[in-house]
Design a protein around this ligand. Structure first.
Ligand SMILES: Cc1ncc(C[n+]2csc(CCOP(=O)(O)OP(=O)(O)O)c2C)c(N)n1
Ligand SMILES: [Mg+2]
Length: 197
């Protein structure tokens, strides 16, 4: 903890608060513990868990947002994931999908693999997003600010980027308990409004 900044919320609490705001949004979650925590907190057919491939949640979410312009698409990402796929920020900023909401839970570590520090302590990821052309960009560290900004971004036209500073604490949760093929099929149906492709 950095002494001047006070105690940070855990990612699980911040995730839980954001998940409570959701109705029919399509959600893509990055690999590692964020997917596990979302699965444990609020699994739903509209969730796609990117199990394994680091960095790709944002690109998948972008593809879904472009394919389903009338649905809001929310990407729940990690700082390490964003750093690995920084180019995707540029693609989002250039294409400007209005239905794209990118929420990054920034614990400043590769938490899923043992808390190795990332560069997000010094590189302001929300400023990178702003520079690429994201329309709404905010950085928060309090739970009530997280809820306020997430609620606003779910309503307004994007692309939006919310950086939420969270603590390194990860919940002791199990793996995502649905096979990738079954998860993909149920997500596809949910994305198509219940009609299988
Ligand atoms: C290409 C690739 N490199 C490395 C890994 C191993 N790995 C899985 S999750 C993860 C950390 C992700 O960091 P972040 O997005 O900050 O999420 P956190 O773990 O902190 O919740 C790493 C390094 C991987 N799955 N794929
Ligand atoms: Mg991290």
């Amino acid at each position: 903890m950095r002494p001047e900044e006070g105690v940070l919320t855990s990612r699980s609490r911040a995730l839980g608060a954001v998940l409570e705001l959701l109705t029919d949004e399509l959600v893509v979650v990055c690999n590692g513990f964020p997917s596990r925590e979302v699965y444990a907190l609020r699994d739903r057919p509209e969730n796609f868990y990117m199990i394994g491939s680091m960095g790709l949640a944002s690109a998948i979410g972008l593809g879904v947002a472009l394919a389903q312009p009338r649905r809001k698409v929310v990407v729940l990402d990690g700082d390490g994931n964003v750093l690995m796929a920084m180019g995707t920020l540029a693609t989002v900023g250039a294409l400007k999908p209005r239905n794209f909401v990118h929420i990054v839970f920034d614990n400043e570590v590769y938490g899923s693999t043992g808390n190795q520090p990332t560069l997000s302590q010094t590189v302001r990821l929300e400023q990178v997003a702003k520079a690429t052309g994201y329309k709404n960009v905010e950085r928060v560290r309090e739970l009530d600010d997280t809820v306020y900004e997430a609620k606003t971004m779910l309503k307004e036209d994007g692309p939006s980027f919310l950086l939420v500073k969270v603590s390194e604490l990860a919940e002791d949760v199990g793996r995502v308990g649905i096979e990738p093929a079954a998860m993909t099929e149920r997500f596809r149906k949910a994305a198509m409004g219940g009609h299988a492709s």
